[in-house]
Design a protein around this ligand. Structure first.
Ligand SMILES: [Zn+2]
Ligand SMILES: [Zn+2]
Length: 363
C-alpha cells in the first residue's frame, strides 16, 4: 500500500504542533466539504484531509504513522468519517423514509424434560408493537385527510443552515414534523395517536418439536413487532430452557440415569426395572462383575433426534453403594466373604485413580 503523505495533505511540516494541524484541517475541511464545494474532486479531497487529521491529531496514531507509515493502519480501518464529521459540524445525516421492518423479539420458554422429549405446543404471550387496526397503520383517523408536510414539502428531510466555528454549513436531517414520511395527518388516529402502531399483548402458539434441547432457539416467522410505513414484521425467537429433572440428566440425545446397586448385585449381576422418560419401567440387565460408575445402555429410550430419525439411549450408570450399617445376618455374610476373597490384581498398573475419578464424575 502506497504511503499517503498525511502531512503533505494537510500542508503542514512533519514537526507541526497539534494546534497547527487542527488549524490546517479546519481551513481545508471548510474548503472541500461536499456541502459547500460542488467540484467532483472535493469529496475525495475532503476524505483525505479528514483521514490525515484523524491520524495526526491522535498522538498514538501519529507516532505509529511516523514510525511505520500508512501500511500499519491497513486501510485506516474503522474510520468514522461520519462520526468525525458530526463531531466537527454537528447534525446527523440520517435518512429514515419508506418501509421499515419490525424489530425481532426474543423470549424464553421453560420446558420439563418430558415436554422436550415428546414435543409440545406452547402458547406464549408476546408484548409487542402491532399495526393499529383502527387506522390500518397509516396513523390517520378514518375519514381524515393526509396532506404533504408543510415543513419539508414532502421530501421528509430538512436542510438547515448552521453557524459553526468554521462558518456556515448546511446540514440535512429528518423532518421533525412528519418524521421523514413526507406527509402529515389532519386528524391523527384516536387509537394510536397517529403512531400507526399500538402496544399489544399477543398470544402466539409455538410448536416445539420433539427432541429440542436446552439453549436451542426456534424462529417463529413474522411474529415479531409490526413494521413501520408498510414494512414487514420482524420474527420471534424463542429460546428453550430445560428445567432440571429429578431422575434424568440430558447429554445430547442420551438421558443419564443413576441406579444405586448393592455390591452383591454388582458382583453377581441382576435384572432390575428402571424408570424411563416415557413412563413405563424398562428392564435392565446388570452384568456380573459390574464396576462402580459403569453404564448399562437402554437403547432407544433417550431423546428423539431433531434433525434425524430415531432416538438416543438411556444410560444407566451404576452407583455401587457400600452399606453404612449391617444387619446381624449381613455382618456374618460379609465376614465370611472377607475371609474367603481378596481384591483381584488384574488392574494393577492401570490408571486406577483416573478410573475412580471417572466413576465419581459419572454419578
Ligand atoms: Zn391508529
Ligand atoms: Zn416533513
Amino acid at each position: 500500500m502506497a504511503k499517503t503523505d498525511h502531512y503533505g495533505v494537510l500542508g503542514v511540516a512533519r514537526g507541526a504542533s497539534v494546534e497547527d494541524i487542527r488549524g490546517a484541517y479546519r481551513k481545508l475541511a471548510r474548503q472541500y466539504h461536499p456541502d459547500v464545494n460542488a467540484s467532483p474532486d472535493a469529496a475525495q479531497r475532503f476524505k483525505e484531509v479528514t483521514q490525515a487529521y484523524e491520524i495526526l491529531s491522535d498522538p498514538e496514531k501519529r507516532q505509529r504513522y511516523d514510525m511505520f507509515g500508512n501500511g500499519e493502519f491497513g486501510d485506516a480501518a474503522g474510520f468514522g468519517i461520519d462520526d468525525l464529521f458530526n463531531t466537527f459540524f454537528g447534525g446527523a445525516r440520517r435518512r429514515e423514509r419508506g418501509p421499515v421492518r419490525g424489530a425481532d423479539l426474543r423470549l424464553q420458554v421453560e420446558l420439563d424434560l418430558e415436554e422436550a422429549v415428546r414435543g409440545v405446543e406452547k402458547t406464549v404471550v408476546v408484548p409487542r408493537q402491532e399495526t393499529c387496526a383502527h387506522c390500518g397503520g397509516g396513523g390517520a383517523e378514518p375519514g381524515s385527510k393526509t396532506s404533504t408536510c408543510g415543513t419539508c414539502g414532502g421530501r421528509g428531510e430538512v436542510r438547515q443552515v448552521q453557524q459553526s466555528l468554521f462558518g456556515r454549513f448546511v446540514t440535512v436531517g429528518t423532518c421533525p414534523r412528519c418524521g421523514g414520511a413526507g406527509r402529515t395527518v389532519d386528524q391523527p388516529c384516536k387509537e394510536c395517536r397517529g403512531e400507526g402502531r399500538i402496544q399489544a399483548e399477543r398470544k402466539v402458539r409455538v410448536n416445539i418439536p420433539a427432541g429440542i434441547d436446552d439453549g436451542q432457539q426456534l424462529r417463529v416467522s413474522a411474529e415479531g413487532e409490526s413494521g413501520m410505513r408498510g414494512g414487514p414484521p420482524g420474527d420471534l425467537y424463542v429460546l428453550i430452557r430445560l428445567r432440571d429433572h429429578k431422575l434424568f440428566r440430558r447429554e445430547g440425545d442420551d438421558l443419564i440415569h443413576i441406579l444405586r446397586v448393592t455390591p452383591a448385585q454388582a458382583a453377581l449381576g441382576d435384572e432390575v426395572a428402571v424408570p424411563t422418560i416415557d413412563g413405563p419401567l424398562a428392564k435392565v440387565k446388570i452384568p456380573a462383575g459390574s464396576q462402580h460408575g459403569q453404564a448399562v445402555r437402554v437403547r432407544g429410550k433417550g431423546a428423539p433426534r431433531v434433525h434425524a430419525s430415531g432416538r438416543g439411549d438411556q444410560l444407566v450408570y451404576l452407583d455401587v453403594v457400600i452399606p453404612r450399617s449391617l444387619s446381624k445376618e449381613e455382618r456374618a455374610l460379609y465376614q465370611k466373604l472377607r475371609s474367603v476373597s481378596g481384591v483381584g490384581e488384574e488392574d494393577e498398573g492401570a490408571d486406577v485413580l483416573g478410573r475412580i475419578k471417572d466413576a465419581l464424575g459419572g454419578s
